[in-house]
Design a protein around this ligand. Structure first.
Ligand code: AFP
Length: 330
């Protein structure tokens, strides 16, 4: 792929994906790219436009919504409002999935966390938009149950990371590609072709402030990675931004593992399966990494509810496999 390849040109040149047409891929990713550009601007200007702080309501899973959470959801919905191939959207910020298109072409379902890491909005730290696309298997009236498919059924997944630059990363099952937003020309330009996650890494990323609440397996794993052992490159270094997208992105590029386990008070942890963990697990696997609940492949978990939570360990395959061994031993 030539240098200076825009996302639009890439989508034309890469052609088809799995059993779906290239035109479908463009119809799905162009609204994501548009939402990413608009949100990059919104995040950038929020402090000047009075858009920092809380909105005053709770979202569907009981988190206090930030103003930018609400804006993020509106921006994604607006971007998909004229996309006839998406039948409905399940979002972290919506109690129930909403209908987007009743066209006969509406063959897909979008799962999204429009603004992941929104506690970071007020402190100028990174944020992300997560997206996953499932196939719709029937016509007629849209039901929330249609979204309850395991992550292994995702046909497209990715994220937009609003960090030192804005980066759109996606996979359709043929590698993972990243595009940096060139704000001067308003285009996402290919900057990370075929991202490969190192097999092992020396970063761990977790809210270790909670470690006393975690079970024996998690604590023993943390004891292991923080133990000094020069030949195996330990201790590992801690990096935690409070935004899953940013922490996973580091693991994908440099190697390492992000971890959000359950605890006795919340056995399923904090993160949502359908629109946070599954799309990122799909990206991680496509890049040669892995994602686990701690007890098995995360992409195999069938959601029982749209806002279901799951424990997660995601990143380099060897790190995730080692974590699973510690979890099995308990
Ligand atoms: P917010 O969107 O509420 O800021 O949550 C972000 C997040 O879902 C994920 O991106 C972070 O890694 C994780 O939660 C942070 O949770 P803790 O504050 O418990 O560490």
């Amino acid at each position: 792929m030539a240098a200076g390849t825009t996302l639009t040109r890439h989508l034309i040149e890469e052609g088809g994906w799995r059993n779906d047409g290239a035109q479908d891929l463009r119809s799905l990713l162009e609204p994501i790219a548009l939402a990413g550009k608009v949100l990059a601007r919104e995040v950038d200007q929020a402090a000047l436009a009075g858009k920092l702080g809380l909105a005053g309501d709770q979202n569907a899973t009981g988190d206090m919504q930030k103003k930018l959470d609400v804006i993020g959801n509106d921006v994604v919905m607006d971007a998909f409002s004229s996309c006839s191939v998406v039948a409905g959207i399940a979002s972290e910020e919506l109690e129930e999935p909403v209908v987007m298109s009743t066209s006969d072409d509406a063959r897909y379902l979008l799962c999204t966390d429009p603004l992941d890491g929104s506690s970071n909005t007020d402190v100028n730290a990174p944020l992300g938009t997560i997206f996953g696309i499932l196939r719709r298997h029937r016509g007629g009236e849209l039901s929330g149950e249609e979204f309850l498919q395991p992550g292994s059924e995702l046909v497209c997944a990715g994220y937009v990371l609003y960090g030192t630059s804005t980066l759109l990363v996606y996979t359709v099952g043929a590698g993972v590609h990243g595009f940096t937003l060139d704000r001067g020309v308003g285009e996402f330009v290919l900057s990370h072709h075929d991202i490969r996650c190192p097999e092992a890494g020396k970063i761990y990323s977790a809210n270790v402030g909670r470690h006393k609440e975690w079970g024996a397996g998690v604590r023993k794993y943390l004891d292991h990675v923080t133990e000094k052992d020069k030949p195996t490159g330990r201790p590992h270094s801690l990096r935690y931004t409070g935004a899953l997208v940013a922490d996973l992105h580091r693991c994908l590029l440099d190697g390492g593992m992000y971890l959000y386990p359950g605890d006795p008070g919340s056995p399923d942890g904090k993160l949502r399966l359908l629109y946070e963990c599954a799309p990122l697990a799909c990206v991680a696997e496509q890049a040669g990494g892995a994602a686990s609940t701690g007890h098995g492949r995360l992409l195999d978990v069938v959601p029982g509810a749209v806002h279901q939570r799951t424990p997660i360990a995601i990143g380099s395959a060897e790190n995730v496999a080692l974590y699973e061994r510690f979890m099995a031993e308990g």
